[in-house]
Design a protein around this ligand. Structure first.
Ligand code: ADP
Ligand code: MG
Length: 375
């Protein structure tokens, strides 16, 4: 449905979006989740053809957003961060105007405008001037204009920002309704909102896509905190020694607890499963386990970790190192190629010299034979 490949947008030296790639499938609700300034609006503005990318491609239903803009844009309805509402028009006038702009067939306009007003519950407001509407109603008009032309994909940039709790619930309801007929992409800086309405979450930080998947998969893949809490019956010293001998354990603290038990807090390598070994070794020494808890992170922990400056800076450093490595590799290849060409030229020159010497020698021999023959 939508394919975004290696998208980058640079403002001066600063990347608003860096090397973003993802695909959007039909019929799902996608959520761009990221703190303010993460690059959500920039990405949406590029995807909808509002601004051009510095690099990369966006394909909508097989149409390039720049090369086949008209076809591509027909597939998308967009509610930007600042909806382009004409304050001095009535709701109906404005929607008629949008239908005309989107080249909806004249015979179809009236029906479509009525339909989107009905779906967004603004039919009663159609005669009101937009400037006199509440923020919640303005947002509904924004949604209605995105729906005109019945596009396959509806893109909503922070659709609930600035709304009161009741209005937020209403807009969320509308988004759920939209899902029945459209693929929806929305952005938000609020985790609970994205988790509630979206099937797929794309976490964006500093212009990078740092994780994506359903909430369930994100929890499964990134939710392990790599720590275990354990209560066992045994001596502090012995338990400590056994735990520390297990492959994959990074650190362990053991404290005495009631009833001859000890409480342990173990941190382990994220690529290892240490629980089997842990149980086997303790029990083999007659140390019985009363409680074992493999701690997991909440979606909020994951979000905070992935959008934390330190984490993103680590990604940036890795990117820079990789880029430097690739550059050095290319330079080395270029140097090697130059050297090989130089070698080839020298070889050819040598061959030519040899050839010339040979010809000179042959000419000398020939001249001498000629001389002898003349005599
Ligand atoms: P979000 O929508 O996630 O809050 P934006 O896409 O609006 O983030 O912005 C991403 C980054 O790009 C920010 O650092 C912002 O300051 C910068 N940015 C956005 N638009 C411009 C612009 N027109 N000129 C310069 N910098 C910009
Ligand atoms: Mg934004």
């Amino acid at each position: 449905m939508i394919k975004v490949s290696n998208l980058s947008k640079k403002y001066g030296d600063h990347y608003a979006v860096k090397n973003l790639s993802f695909e959007i499938e039909k019929g799902k609700v996608y959520g761009f989740l990221g703190p303010n300034g993460a690059g959500k609006s920039t990405t949406m503005n590029i995807m909808t053809g509002y601004i051009a990318a510095s690099a990369g491609d966006v394909e909508i239903d097989g149409h390039d957003i720049l090369k086949e803009a008209e076809e591509a844009k027909k597939c998308i309805g967009y509610l930007p961060e600042m909806p382009p509402l004409y304050q001095d028009m009535t709701v109906k006038e404005y929607l008629d105007f949008v239908a005309e702009l989107k080249k909806v067939a004249k015979s179809d306009r009236k029906k479509q405008v009525e339909e989107v007003m009905k779906k967004t519950f603004i039919t009663d407001m159609q005669g009101r001037l937009i400037k006199n509407l509440s923020k919640g109603y303005k947002q509904r008009v924004g949604l209605a204009q995105a729906m005109i032309g019945n596009p396959d994909v509806i893109i909503l940039d922070e659709p609930t920002v600035g709304l009161d709790p009741k209005q937020i619930i209403e807009i969320r309801e509308l988004i759920r309704e939209l899902k029945k007929e459209h693929t929806v992409i929305l952005s938000s800086h609020i985790l609970s909102e994205v988790a509630e309405v979206c099937d797929e979450i794309m976490i964006i930080a500093k212009g990078r896509l740092v994780a994506s998947g359903s909430a369930e998969n994100l929890l499964k893949e990134l939710g392990s905190s790599n720590t275990i809490e354990l209560t066992a019956k045994g001596s502090k010293k012995e338990v400590n020694e056994i735990i520390k001998s297990i492959d994959g354990v990074k650190s362990c603290t053991v404290d005495n607890a009631a009833g001859g038990c000890v409480e342990c807090f173990i941190s382990y390598d994220d690529k290892k499963e240490i629980r089997d070994d842990l149980c086997k070794k303790l029990v083999s020494k007659n140390i019985y386990i009363y409680r074992l808890l493999n701690n997991s992170k909440s979606l909020e922990d994951i979000f905070l970790e992935l959008t934390d400056d330190a984490y993103v800076e680590k990604i940036e450093r890795e990117e820079a190192a990789k880029e430097a490595e690739e550059k050095a590799k290319k330079e080395a290849e270029k140097k090697a190629k130059k050297a090989s060409i130089a070698e080839q030229i020298i070889d050819e020159m040598k061959d030519d010299e040899d050839e010339n010497e040979k010809t000179d020698a042959e000419t000398t021999v020939e001249t001498e034979t000629d001389k002898k023959e003349e005599e």
